[in-house]
Design a protein around this ligand. Structure first.
Ligand code: 13P
Length: 283
């Protein structure tokens, strides 16, 4: 069932677990994540990159989501991932999505604050929650972001900015990066503890692909309430499609539907262990 992003994430915060936010790319992967969440009786956030939102269209995505969410009884929200584009955010608000990440990490401190505040002022009257990112999470996610560290602020600056802008969820830099890790990241769960001492706003961990269960637990123990996973879903999706297409070619089987089944199975299989870890259960 459809639920507000803030309700899902504050319940996670109060229950000392995290809700998974999984990037999906089409109906097949969206359905696979929602089925996995329903099987495990777990809330989840369906996350869409700005590139995917533009490719499919915010209205069609909202329709697919509404249809699938209505069939299950776990709380689900539709969320726009990293978006610096204010027009796309408006379109998503009009289409009835539950939340957006306004990515202001490419801007200087003052401009980031002003624009984030303006986005929140547009979103809140429509019941849409805003996640804010003013430091940059390393790595490029679907064409948005940078491999260079651009801004780093004190936790006091982050929290004061979140208050000033009336942001709902906060995405600080915690040592993680988008994409695959080529060397061990230096993680900063202690930063979560420091932020939680100043605010009870739900905190978001980006760059979840490649972290171990123990690393997730350290972040959840410190107070992270939403964990983003994208690359792992992409890899599961593409590997399953590649394998199925390979066997289809060998067998001269020119049928698209088995490819979708293989992709759905692989995406669900990638998501289920993560949902267990995020819920605090043994994998
Ligand atoms: P990964 O691609 O590393 O899983 O990161 C996902 C993410 O943070 C999306 O915002």
């Amino acid at each position: 069932m459809k639920a507000a992003t803030l309700d899902i994430t504050t319940a996670a915060r109060d229950g000392h677990y995290a809700v998974g936010a999984f990037n999906v790319f089409d109906y097949v992967s969206m359905k696979a994540v929602i089925s996995a969440a329903a099987r495990l009786h777990s809330p989840a956030i369906i996350q869409i990159s700005a590139r995917t939102a533009k490719a499919i269209g915010p209205v069609l995505i909202a329709q697919m989501f509404s249809d699938l969410a209505a069939r299950v009884d776990v709380p689900l929200a539709l969320h726009l991932d990293h978006c610096p584009d204010v027009q796309l955010i408006s379109d998503v608000i009009d289409a009835g999505w539950q939340s957006v990440l306004f990515d202001a990490s490419h801007l200087g401190f003052d401009e980031a604050r002003q624009l984030t505040r303006a986005v929140v002022a547009k979103a809140h009257p429509r019941g849409v929650a805003v996640e804010s990112e003013i430091e940059n999470i390393l790595g490029v996610e679907d064409g948005v972001g940078s491999n260079e560290a651009r801004h780093a602020y004190s936790v006091e600056q982050l929290v004061e900015t979140a208050r000033y802008t009336h942001t709902d969820l906060l995405a600080p830099q915690l040592g993680t990066a988008h994409g695959l890790y080529t060397s061990d990241p230096v993680l900063h769960p202690e930063r979560v503890t420091e932020i939680r001492a100043l605010t009870d706003m739900p905190i978001v961990l980006h760059g979840g692909t490649g972290l171990s269960a123990a690393e997730f637990r350290a972040f959840i123990g410190a107070g992270v309430s939403k964990i983003n996973i994208s690359t792992q879903i992409k890899r599961s999706y593409m590997s399953a499609a590649l394998a199925d297409l390979g066997s289809a070619r060998e067998a001269e089987r020119w049928e698209p539907l088995p490819v979708f089944d293989a992709v759905a199975e692989a995406v669900s299989a990638a998501v289920e262990p993560l949902l267990r870890v995020f819920a605090g259960k043994a994998v």
